[in-house]
Design a binder for this molecule. Structure first.
Ligand code: EPU
Length: 337
């Protein structure tokens, strides 16, 4: 285990933004993490997973600990279900594909989401009608204050739309070491209700989709709309889809009858932020190397050498414009450092 001084973080975030870590260490064993915490306990600490939901706007003065804890194990099984535990450092998409190979169902709609297993519950990742909370069983996390391991149930995690306790009350307090999922072994509950998946499956040959067909469909949809971080820096959706009250929804709808939205509980509506941003004229916008993706306006991109501050400024300009045009305040989904 090597501790590096002044390490460039550019390769460690999917935005590909230049920033330096004062100290940087990668750990693939729990004892290494404990040792590092003891050794550098006065340093401010940033824990990094796959780096797919962070925008660096400055250097990190303290220690960056890249969580690489590996391993996938079947913990328990019944006729119908598996409990499968994955180390926080496992690549999310590879884990999803591994489960599909074993015919374990539940997370196939979450194929091709960048990042690692450990970060998935932090923001309750979701796509195409499924969120991680739907198949979550428990997770283990290291209390950074006491060094003790604690098990969190789904209720403990307080999952909500792109939210968990780890982004709120317990921010920076825990390092997630592993996540356990409850996956189906048969009678899989397939989620094909999302329009794009239905359309994509119709193109295929099979009438009865299986886990693999859904995963492949999701991959094709994502590849057609979302920029590949290996080619163009980005962190997926930069903003959350905002939820507004009935009255405001009706006001916007009156002015824009083609508004895209979804019911979000009683008298509430979730608006497609991508639609708002596109309608406001930002889709495909570019200033220097910072831009709004041409096929999905919810995704901000770094064409090469944008700084984190430039991307942040672009996001601020979009927020102000959307507020002015629609009276809606967009909230960032990506963590800003
Ligand atoms: N839309 C536009 N213009 C755009 C983008 C979207 O008009 O430029 C409208 C379209 O009508 C489209 C609708 O918005 O039908 C919804 O778009 P899409 O299906 O692409 O989904 P999204 O609401 O933009 C959310 C998630 C994505 C997830 C998809 C699919 C959030 C913040 N984002 O995006 O998650 O993949 O649904 O379920 O909830 C991520 O979190 O990083 C992410 C990519």
């Amino acid at each position: 285990m090597e501790v590096f001084n002044s390490r460039s973080l550019k390769p460690y975030s999917t935005f590909g933004i230049e920033a330096k870590a004062g100290l940087f260490v990668e750990c693939n064993k729990l004892w290494q993490i404990l040792q590092v915490l003891e050794q550098f306990n006065r340093e401010p600490l940033l824990i990094l997973g796959g780096g797919s939901n962070i925008l660096f706007t400055k250097d990190v003065e303290g220690l960056v600990l890249k969580n690489e804890l590996p391993g996938i194990t079947a913990e328990a099984e019944s006729d119908d279900f598996m409990l499968v535990k994955a180390g926080a450092g496992e690549n999310w998409h590879q884990f999803v594909r591994y489960c599909i190979q074993q015919n374990w169902g539940g997370i196939e709609n979450l194929s091709l989401i960048p990042g690692n297993v450990g970060a998935a519950p932090m923001q309750n990742i979701g796509a195409y009608g499924v969120e991680i909370k739907d198949n979550f069983y428990s997770l283990e996390a290291l209390d950074l204050k006491t060094g003790n391991l604690r098990t969190f149930s789904a209720a403990d995690c307080k999952f909500a739309y792109r939210e968990s306790v780890f982004k709120r009350d317990l921010k920076n307090r825990y390092l997630i070491t592993s996540v356990c999922f409850r996956l189906s072994r048969k009678n899989h509950q397939l989620h094909t209700e999302y329009g794009a998946i239905r359309d994509e499956l119709k193109q295929g040959t099979t009438n009865l989709p299986d886990l693999l067909a859904i995963s492949d469909a999701v991959i094709r949809i994502r590849q057609s709309k979302l920029p590949d971080p290996a080619k163009i820096g980005n962190a997926g959706s930069f903003f959350k889809n905002p939820v507004v009250e009935q009255k405001q929804y009706e006001q916007i709808l009156e002015q824009y009858p083609d508004l895209v939205s979804y019911p979000a509980g009683e008298q509430k509506h979730k608006l497609a932020a991508g639609w708002l941003i596109e309608k406001a004229g930002w889709k495909g916008y570019r200033k220097g190397d910072a831009g709004v993706h041409a096929r999905q306006a919810l995704v901000l991109v770094n064409y090469g050498n944008a700084s984190g501050k430039e991307i942040l400024q672009l996001s601020q300009d979009i927020i102000s414009d959307i507020q002015q045009k629609f009276g809606v305040i967009l909230e960032r989904e990506v963590n800003i450092y």
